[in-house]
Design a binder for this molecule. Structure first.
Ligand SMILES: [Mn+2]
Length: 308
């Protein structure tokens, strides 16, 4: 079984051919999952996790390979997964762009998916959206071009095609929901999460799921300064989470100086798992807790947030 150090080294030295192989392999696994052919419990693009096992939840990485390596090493995920312990790693999306190591981060994340298909969940972020609604600046293509020369186009097209197959959200029944950005304010039920992917984000709940942010002191929704998605109030959060019967939303998307922040009376936990340019947050953070644990709010889980 491959060690973490080996995978990291591979990510830095892989040829375009090696990279394409990892993408193809991950694509086959993710496509099988969407057809219900794998061990994960998937409805549309919503994954249901069991009430047992350990969850390692990772927010935005944005090309920061060093933080990703730190988290994987310190959480002991590979060791746990290799010894067949019930451990899941759930990425909340936004793997590339911003940082200097976007191709390498994708290589590591996709390698993990191929090594432990049922233990690694890759959620879609707004940096993995459709090509006509992508976060700007989107510098992944430039990084691929610098590294792989004229092969960049094939790699980018295949990666980009795979992004659109990533899961939209994950749920632990009665406990928590995980997704990248925000609550779909007009959603009528859990199906709107599971099947949001069927329409372009502009015509579906997916725009808010990938792009929205919680705001304090407002009711309902307001236009987002991002120009896409919305700012949503605590009333929107409570209505949606109560409808799903969960206590907490765990999401990424927003930089936080401490690596994490809590909003809407403890019903939202934001994780930001990378450091450095261009955000300069003091800490990155990830969450590691037992899926069997009962909690009422983000404050009950705060002791399991690991800052670095
Ligand atoms: Mn984002």
């Amino acid at each position: 079984m491959r060690e973490l150090e080996v995978i990291i080294r591979e990510s830095i030295h892989a040829s375009s051919e090696d990279f394409l192989k990892v993408i193809d392999k991950a694509d086959r696994i993710v496509s099988d999952e969407l057809r219900g052919l794998r061990g994960l419990n998937v409805t549309g693009r919503l994954v249901q996790l069991p009430l047992k096992g350990e969850a390692i939840i990772i927010g935005d990485i944005h090309g920061d390979l060093a933080s990703l390596e730190f988290i994987l090493k310190n959480s002991g995920f590979l060791r746990k997964a290799q010894s067949k312990k019930d451990a899941y790693v759930i990425f909340l999306g936004d793997y590339g762009d911003r940082g200097l190591r976007s191709p390498e981060v994708y290589y590591v994340v996709l390698s993990l998916k191929t090594l432990f298909p049922e233990r690694v969940l890759l959620l879609q972020g707004n940096h993995e959206g459709p090509t006509d609604l992508l976060a700007y600046p989107h510098d992944l293509p430039n990084h691929l071009q610098m590294r792989f020369g004229s092969d960049w186009r094939e790699i980018y097209d295949k990666l980009s095609n795979l992004f659109r197959k990533f899961h939209t959200a994950a749920i632990v029944n009665g406990r928590c929901l995980m997704l990248h950005g925000g609550v779909p304010s007009e959603a009528k039920g859990i199906e709107d999460l599971a099947y949001a992917y069927q329409k372009h984000p502009y015509e579906s709940h997916l725009e808010e799921i990938l792009w929205s942010d919680p705001e304090e002191g407002i009711r309902g929704t307001f236009p987002s300064p991002r120009g896409v998605g919305k700012l949503f109030g605590e009333d929107v959060t409570s209505k949606f989470l109560n409808m799903l019967g969960v206590k907490l939303l765990i999401r990424g998307h927003e930089p936080a100086n401490n690596g994490y922040k809590i909003n809407h009376k403890g019903r939202i936990l934001t994780l930001f798992s990378r450091k450095g340019f261009p955000y300069h947050n003091l800490h990155g953070a990830y969450l590691m807790f037992d899926l069997n644990r009962r909690f009422d709010s983000a404050w009950d889980l705060e002791e399991f947030v690991r800052r670095f």
